[in-house]
Write a protein of this length. Structure first.
Length: 99
């Protein structure tokens, strides 16, 4: 709701922080979690469906972050539905409930 109302402080803080629960923390943990869903040990990580969906989610978040920096909260809010959709696809692939 903050982005819809033009408030970008929380989102900017989330991307800037480096502690647990920040975007940096999620990107590290998300890749490792996605990579854990292997059918065999010889498959390259980037060929795994969970990794592909995770990378699609990260790409949408990057678009949101770019919009936030260049155009502000309203533009970032417009990008949020795509982020949420790819997040839910990834969560489904790793057998977690939707956001």
């Amino acid at each position: 709701d903050g982005l819809k109302n033009g408030d970008s402080k929380l989102a900017k803080d989330y991307f800037a922080r480096e502690d647990g629960g920040s975007w940096k923390d999620l990107t590290s943990a998300g890749y490792l979690l996605s990579n854990a869903f292997r059918r065999n040990s010889t498959a390259a990580p980037d060929s795994l469906p969970a990794v592909k969906k995770y990378k699609a989610f990260v790409a949408e978040v990057a678009k949101l972050e770019k919009a936030l920096k260049k155009k502000g909260a309203t533009a970032a809010s417009d990008a949020f539905p795509d982020v949420e959709a790819t997040l839910n696809e990834w969560l489904n692939e790793i057998e977690l409930p939707s956001a």
